[in-house]
Design a protein around this ligand. Structure first.
Ligand SMILES: [Zn+2]
Length: 470
């Protein structure tokens, strides 16, 4: 743990030094100008860029080029300069180490397949979630939608590599599992086929190690790989990972224990302010117990703050009446409670939170249990101990709750099922216990302390836990 913290510290120091030595850092979204000579060096691959080099100046700036073209030229220059470490050891039993693009030189691979950009064609209007797309019969041409331009540097590179993979004959299918189940053209069958999402995973894993990128972007790349590996393949990839339970206490300490060995507890960090922590992907969203303090998002080592903190934390931070907030959950559908109403994203193209008033008692907790397929399901526990499902109709965008026969401890403040009906329960009294959904009884007390304020599961993937082999 300490090693990786030190490593991140060093990297950000190096990044600062490098950016002060070289004026141009094409991995930095805040860059305001681009060197004409650098654009000239790639204008044969992208003839459209010739429009920006017809100048006597040695640089062209954001205002002259226009925001969108500037981002495209900058991200293309970043791609050209990208140095992929390729240090990651391949492991037959870990699909996160697969490399469908075998060569280290991504620039050559990319420019053999792309030579033209189309900015925001009308087809983008159909779905605000679409970032980019290609028509397989228009080889070379990449269509970019509004979201692409807002993305961080690492994500843009990942998207571009994903898109050109389609020119190798890989198409998508409808998702049959995961967060996007039922969505047409949003998944690949299996990672072994080496399609566009396999390339997304490879790109994100590699980008998470690229020192040209800032720490926040590298952590986003890690999150992207984890999201894709869990939600973008109809046959779930095989990965090497350890399932942990992370818990925070009234002292601000964050501890973790492996699901398979809860006797060993590891102190991860001590937060400046005691807080409830909620994992999502490979980061934590942190809500300080003191409601005058803002919520924030931080990486799994609790060292690098994320710029984007998510819609729930944004809503919370923007609200003066934070005492009206109840439980939050980031698994399954996810929700944040305010004034006994559930706020969540619902609907195929939802970009804002919808609200559903809850009229069957007071919402006490939002436990996460597993459905028949093992997917996370957000439930609602009320103050009488009744358990409700929380659902969204994707077509209509209408949310609903309905009663279940599930039994959970009424004293549950937070809870989540790990596997095989084993559920971790944080009680109102601050105890951490494991509960068996089948026998409806506690199995074990996980800690002798009773000062816990939150508990959340986090799967830590081997490729992101081990530093690359040099
Ligand atoms: Zn695609």
């Amino acid at each position: 743990m300490k090693n990786s913290l030190m490593k991140l510290g060093l990297i950000s120091l190096l990044a600062t030094l490098v950016s002060s030595v070289y004026a141009q850092n094409y991995f930095d979204k805040a860059e305001t100008c681009l060197k004409v000579a650098d654009i000239k060096a790639i204008e044969n691959q992208f003839p459209q860029f010739k429009d920006f080099t017809k100048t006597s100046q040695d640089k062209v700036c954001r205002q002259e080029v226009g925001e969108k073209w500037f981002e495209l030229v900058r991200s293309t220059l970043a791609m050209q300069r990208l140095v992929v470490t390729d240090d990651l050891q391949r492991d037959q039993n870990d699909d996160l180490t697969r490399r469908p693009i075998g060569q280290r030189d991504w620039w050559t691979y990319y420019t053999q397949r792309a030579n033209r950009y189309v900015i925001e064609p009308s087809r983008c209007n159909g779905n605000p979630n679409v970032v980019a797309f290609v028509y397989p019969f228009f080889r070379g041409s990449i269509n970019l939608c509004p979201r692409f331009f807002e993305m961080d540097s690492a994500s843009q590179i990942e998207v571009l590599m994903h898109e050109v993979r389609h020119f190798d004959g890989h198409a998508h299918v409808t998702c049959t599992q995961g967060n996007e189940e039922g969505t047409p053209g949003a998944c690949d069958r299996q990672i072994k086929n080496g399609g566009s999402y396999a390339v997304s995973v490879q790109a994100n894993v590699e980008l998470s190690y690229v020192e040209q990128l800032n720490s926040a972007d590298r952590i986003l790349a890690e999150s992207g790989a984890i999201y894709s590996v869990n939600n973008k393949f109809n046959s779930l990839p095989t990965v090497k990972a350890t399932q942990y339970i992370y818990a925070s206490n009234t002292e601000g300490e964050v501890w973790r224990m492996a699901e398979k060995n809860t006797d060993v507890k590891e102190l991860i960090t001590t937060l400046a302010d005691p807080a409830k922590i909620y994992s999502n992907g490979s980061q934590f969203t942190v809500y300080p117990v003191d409601t005058t303090k803002n919520a924030y998002r931080i990486d799994k080592d609790f060292s690098v703050n994320a710029a984007a903190i998510g819609a729930f934390a944004n809503k919370y931070n923007a609200d003066a009446d934070r005492k009206a907030y109840g439980p939050v959950v980031y698994f399954g559908m996810g929700a944040i409670v305010k004034d006994n109403s559930l706020y969540a994203f619902c609907g195929e193209t939802a970009t804002d939170l919808s609200a559903l008033g809850f009229s069957r008692g007071t919402i006490k907790a939002l436990p996460t249990l597993k459905d028949e397929e093992g997917a996370d399901k957000t439930l609602v526990l009320n103050d009488s101990g009744d358990v409700f499902t929380f659902d969204c109709n994707d077509k209509t965008g209408v949310m609903s709750t309905s009663a279940t026969k599930t039994t959970l401890p009424q004293e549950m403040a937070m809870g989540f099922e790990l596997s095989n009906s084993k559920t971790i329960v944080l009680t109102d009294a601050g105890e951490l216990k494991s509960y068996d959904l089948n026998t409806r009884a506690y199995e074990a007390t996980l800690s002798q302390d009773n000062n816990w304020v939150s508990a959340t599961p986090l799967k830590v993937y081997n490729v992101f836990e081990n530093t690359p082999k040099k």
